[in-house]
Design a protein around this ligand. Structure first.
Ligand SMILES: NC(=O)c1ccc[n+]([C@@H]2O[C@H](COP(=O)([O-])OP(=O)(O)OC[C@H]3O[C@@H](n4cnc5c(N)ncnc54)[C@H](OP(=O)(O)O)[C@@H]3O)[C@@H](O)[C@H]2O)c1
Ligand SMILES: [Zn+2]
Length: 362
């Protein structure tokens, strides 16, 4: 065990910052950054994981080395891997390059690593410090951690509503409740998600594009969840030149004759029921660490009930839609006592040209 100092915190924060440069591109892998100091404490290299299939952060840092590293220190925000994946194990590199001290922020939740990487380093006589900037590292890789622990994708539900809590008029119209700047922010938010989910009815009513407008390349996977498969023959989502689209249907209720309306190029998967957790599991299996749910009230309610949602993003416009039949963000959770309702933890509030943007944890 080694103690940490202010300078160690500084270097670990640098590793976390480098890791964050991979945001939106590393899935199914985590975001990882590495900083290497020589034996005198001088910065001699750094690296980060850019994309799945490309070198890990530690490997990139060793590839960038310009000076002798023997006896040096490495700072990395996630436990170095010890398994042969698409790239060779980083633990081997750390040992063979003669590193003497390793600062690791958090253990890798991936069962193939999970403590084994740290043990191998210690067995090789390297001093290992675990837990530096743990909170920041957990926050950065919360989706990766969630997927590894639960086998489902980290879910964020996003909706736009009026001051009186309406997401649309009685006739289904909802374009546009929020202002242009809020909608631009949604495009950048989408860029940090691996997939975006809507239900069949939102596709029929809104025909959305669901892209980041080119901010993320490739665009997130666009997903339509349907019980009926009664989807239109023409839709913005069927244009797969812009982004991949996946239709997921409940095989127990869907009418497969509608499959022929879906053009070639659109991916199709079936599930045994309409339980949204099966969809979240499927997306996790496809390598999505996180999902942005942009659905209407019915699917939103089912998804929350099924435990698919970990965070909420609410855009509130200074408008009043009114109307008894106007849409709410959710349908009925069937609460009968105020003690049963969801008590959210607010994690951020900001103004966007007059709209209010609230982030909360469920
Ligand atoms: N203001 C906003 O932020 C916002 C966001 C999204 C949507 N909306 C509005 O919401 C309206 C659509 O609302 P909606 O509630 O029908 O939304 P939705 O997003 O279409 O979800 C409902 C649909 O999802 C499919 N589904 C699959 N499994 C389900 C399950 N377990 N539970 C419920 N649905 C399941 C069904 O599709 P099939 O019918 O194809 O079987 C169902 O009709 C539209 O008018 C849209 O404009 C507003
Ligand atoms: Zn590695």
């Amino acid at each position: 065990m080694i103690n940490s100092h202010t300078s160690d915190i500084k270097w670990m924060k640098r590793a976390i910052y480098l890791a964050s440069l991979g945001k939106g591109r590393t899935s199914p892998n985590p975001m990882v950054g590495a900083v290497i100091l020589d034996k005198n404490g001088n910065l001699i290299s750094e690296g980060f994981h850019l994309k799945s299939g490309l070198p890990h952060a530690e490997a990139m840092a060793f590839n960038n080395l310009k000076k002798d590293v023997r006896g040096g220190t490495i700072y990395v925000n996630l436990e170095p891997c010890c398994h042969q994946g698409k790239t060779p194990p980083c633990v081997d590199k750390i040992i063979s390059f003669g590193i003497k001290k390793v600062f690791v922020s958090i253990q890798d939740p991936d069962k193939r690593v999970s403590g084994k990487g740290i043990k191998l380093l210690k067995d090789a006589g390297i001093k290992v410090h675990l837990g530096l900037c743990e909170k920041e590292s957990r926050e950065l890789n919360k989706s990766f951690i969630h997927r590894n622990i639960t086998n489902s994708a980290f879910g964020v539900m996003k909706w736009a509503m009026s001051m009186d809590g309406r997401v649309g008029l009685k006739n289904g119209r909802s374009k546009w409740i929020t202002n242009k700047d809020s909608r631009s922010l949604v495009h950048s938010l989408r860029a940090s998600f691996d997939s975006i989910v809507i239900g069949g009815n939102t596709l029929r009513k809104d025909d959305p594009l669901l892209t980041s407008r080119g901010i993320r390349k490739p665009e997130p996977l666009r997903v339509v969840f349907t019980k009926t498969l009664d989807l239109p023959g023409k839709s913005n989502l069927w244009d797969c030149k812009l982004a991949r689209t996946l239709v997921v249907y409940d095989a127990s209720t869907a009418d497969k004759k509608f499959l022929k309306r879906i053009p070639k190029g659109v991916e199709i998967e079936e599930l045994s029921s309409d339980n949204p957790i099966l969809l979240s599991n499927l997306l996790a299996k496809k390598g999505c660490n996180n999902v942005l749910w942009e659905c209407g009230p019915k699917l939103a309610t089912s998804a929350i009930k099924a435990g698919c949602i970990q965070e909420l993003m609410t855009f509130i416009a200074p408008k009043i839609l009114g109307g008894v039949g106007s849409m709410n963000p959710f349908s009925d959770f069937e609460f009968t006592d105020i003690d049963e309702v969801f008590n959210l933890r607010q994690s951020g509030v900001s103004f966007i040209s007059g709209d209010i943007f609230v982030k909360s944890t469920i």
